[in-house]
Write a protein that binds this ligand. Structure first.
Ligand code: NAP
Length: 315
């Protein structure tokens, strides 16, 4: 496994990050906690030291399951834990963004309790709150930092203008955006900004929720939230699967990678990217993707694949 420093922090993380959103039955259906635990054990054996979760994943369930793992495996110090706040989910059916001072302080305490730890390595603002007051958010986060409850501050789903507003009040060490070979909107603004400011970048939906794995057949039926997702139905779905089969599969084979591995290597080739988050349900998900971090793609091949996928999928 290769490791990298996140921005200007002292966090040295694996270039593949273990994503925990899959512990959210509302979005991903029920998954086996036993398999999930084995997957995290395997990930650690393979050198993964970086975990991404959020308070809202499974309405606290993902942090709780992770916290139990940390305690039973006595491995808190070996892992770098990133979590998030933003959604007030006290009433799960009526959640709303809450970035008020009191809520941030209270929700950080709740995350620490669920994670059975006394510090969070990277505390991320999950998204931009239309009612955000950056100076109020910064005051809460700097208080938590001073108390040693969080080590570093990150943001997610946040554009350059919004990051600049935060930077007037506090350091932001990491951005967590949507990025993969089908979703490249951040290449023009956010990625150059992060490179310039030395802000780390950790990508989510790195496999486009599984589309970039080459494993689905055209008649695959999804029983989770993907069932109603426009990319997972009708002609769109077929178009993407065809493109993955035609352009990504042969390249993956020639490099000795799985298609998922190639999708991750494509992301890690970008100089602004620190680590790619992969959503994991079972051990095979991590075992078949770790090799991606061994190397990067040649420049010509990176562009060729990007163009072929764009032309074929219209993304
Ligand atoms: N900040 C945010 O707003 C945000 C948003 C989304 C996600 N995230 C974070 O990013 C992580 C990943 O993003 P994501 O959940 O959208 O999913 P993703 O990583 O793009 O895709 C995950 C899905 O891909 C399949 N998969 C994973 N590894 C595989 C492998 N090696 N081989 C074959 N299939 C594999 C599985 O699909 P099947 O279920 O079909 O097996 C899995 O459920 C999340 O867990 C979360 O930590 C953050």
């Amino acid at each position: 496994m290769k490791y990298t420093q996140i921005g200007k922090t002292d966090l040295i993380v694996s270039r593949i990050c273990f994503g925990c959103w899959q512990l959210s039955p509302r979005f991903w259906g029920n998954i086996s906690i036993e398999q999930w635990n084995i997957a995290l054990e395997r990930a650690m054996e393979l050198g993964i030291n970086f975990i991404d979760t959020a308070d809202v994943y499974g309405d606290g369930m993902a942090e709780t399951v992770l916290g139990e793992f940390l305690q039973s495996h006595k491995c808190r110090q070996k892992l770098i834990i990133a979590t998030k706040f933003y959604w007030n989910f006290q009433d799960p059916d009526n959640r709303y963004p809450d970035t008020g001072y009191d809520y941030i302080i209270q929700e950080c305490e709740a995350s620490l309790k669920r994670l059975k730890t006394d510090y969070i390595d990277l505390y991320q603002i999950h998204s931009w709150d239309p009612l955000a007051r950056p100076e109020e958010i910064a005051a809460a986060l700097l208080t938590l930092k001073k108390q040693g409850k969080i080590r570093h501050i990150g943001v997610s789903n946040t554009n350059v203008h919004q990051m600049s507003m935060y930077l007037k009040h506090m350091d932001i060490e990491c951005l967590q955006p949507l990025y993969n070979i089908l979703d490249r909107e951040i290449e023009n603004e956010e990625l150059p900004f992060c490179l310039e400011k030395k802000i780390g970048v950790i990508t989510y939906s790195s496999l486009a929720r599984g589309l970039l794995t080459g494993k689905y057949s055209k008649d695959q039926k999804f029983e989770d939230s993907r069932a109603s997702h426009p990319r997972f139905t009708g002609e769109n779905f077929k178009k993407i699967l065809n493109a993955v089969d035609t352009f990504m599969k042969p390249v993956a084979e020639s490099l000795g990678l799985t298609v998922a591995g190639l999708a991750i290597r494509w992301i890690l080739t970008h100089p602004a990217i620190s680590s790619a988050i992969v959503g994991i349900k079972k051990p095979e998900h991590i075992e078949t993707v770790v090799k991606a971090a061994d190397d990067v793609l040649e420049r010509k091949l990176w562009h060729k694949l990007a163009n072929e996928m764009k032309n074929a999928c219209g993304t």
